[in-house]
Design a protein around this ligand. Structure first.
Ligand code: ATP
Ligand code: MG
Length: 340
């Protein structure tokens, strides 16, 4: 490490040797790997996201390196912190998020409505923060695998600012970079056209609309469709099926659906700004807030008392839902039975 004084708050250039030898591989992706590592000196866990440099166009990789120090300056409760680079591992070193990505959580657990609304709101706060910078920091790679979860299942937006569409860069290269990451569902229709405009904040707002749908339905958008089909359908104004949102939903869900459909409007000028979205998601998540802690002796829950009722493994959900309904709903959710 270049210097050991100060805190992790500063941008640093780490060496492989600064970490304990046992690197735990958390994920293997097309463009690299993510490891859980431990800093020898401070004994903290970090995530090390390595880039397979052979798979990156040189200009894009260089840009990641050049911009990492700026990205590391971004500190906010709902944004994952970047600590620095580890150049000899071609990696970015960032905050370790113990509960992985929202993408994985949505597939493995059934979330209850208050937790869904809270996650949507926290995500919109993270995005609002990035867009409120001058100039706005565009994410352009916003998806449920880039929404990470801390020890208490609170949300942090990650991997922002790593994708760019620079002046002179062809839209084709930009699109290739996104589709190779499996991002087709999150790309707004205007990106598919010949229009010369570079993406702006409305790009991320569109992606947020798709993220809301995924959280509300706990399904993958356009499942089973080829990339070409998605591209054609989305260009013609089609979107993920709203009917897949469960019927048993709180009244407030209609307002959340309205935000979602505004976010993915075909006309990018009609999409709202995060500064407005965040006020609405705040109000909605406040309405559904659970009043006070709920005790429960099930094994399969997270330790945060506020998460107990919100998160159950799918296998246990059916039976536990019934017991929760009988034991707690009347006392804790008077007038809100539709929450479950
Ligand atoms: P992209 O490179 O476009 O962001 P991706 O998000 O699918 O693609 P990665 O960013 O490499 O791929 O992340 C893969 C997985 O690694 C995530 O789904 C998550 O489970 C895990 N992961 C990523 N970053 C962290 C982190 N900081 N802490 C803990 N786990 C992480
Ligand atoms: Mg990622």
């Amino acid at each position: 490490m270049d210097c050991l004084d100060g805190s992790l708050g500063q941008f640093r250039n780490f060496k492989k040797d600064d970490f304990e030898a046992d690197w735990i591989k958390v994920a293997e992706c097309r463009f690299g790997q993510v490891y859980q590592v431990k800093l020898k000196v401070w004994r903290v866990k970090c995530a090390l996201k390595s880039f397979d440099t052979a798979l990156y166009p040189n200009s894009i990789y260089r840009r990641i390196i050049d911009e990492a120090s700026d990205i590391a300056k971004v500190k906010f409760k709902f944004v994952a912190s970047v600590y620095g680079l580890c150049s000899d591992a071609s990696a970015v070193v960032m905050e370790y998020m113990s509960n992985g990505s929202l993408n994985n959580l949505l597939a493995s657990h059934t979330l209850m409505w208050p937790k869904k609304f809270q996650m949507i709101h926290e995500t919109s706060m993270g995005m609002n923060f990035l867009h409120s910078m001058t100039p706005p920091l565009l994410h352009l790679n916003f998806k449920t695998s880039n929404i990470l979860l801390d020890d208490h299942l609170h949300v942090k937006v990650s991997d922002f600012g790593l994708i760019h569409c620079e002046e002179g860069m062809s839209k084709k290269l930009f699109m290739e970079n996104l589709t190779a990451r499996g991002n087709i569902s999150y790309i707004p229709p205007e990106t598919f056209t010949q229009c010369p405009d570079r993406p702006g904040t409305t790009f991320d707002v569109y992606s947020f609309g798709i993220v809301i749908w995924e959280i509300l339905t706990q399904q993958k958008p356009y499942a089973g469709c080829s990339m070409t089909t998605v591209l054609l359908q989305v260009s013609n104004g089609k979107r993920p099926c709203v009917e897949l949102i469960p019927d048993q939903k709180p009244r407030e869900c209609d307002q959340m659906i309205s935000i979602m459909t505004q976010c993915w409007d075909q006309d990018q000028m009609k999409r709202p700004h995060f500064s407005d979205i965040v006020k609405k998601t705040e109000a909605l998540s406040e309405v559904l807030k659970i009043p006070g802690p709920i005790q429960c002796d099930k094994n399969d829950y997270q330790h945060d008392k506020n998460s107990i009722l919100f998160l159950l493994s799918k296998k246990d959900f059916g039976s536990f839902k019934e017991s929760v309904r009988k034991e707690h709903v009347s006392s804790q959710f008077s007038g809100k039975k539709s929450l479950l």
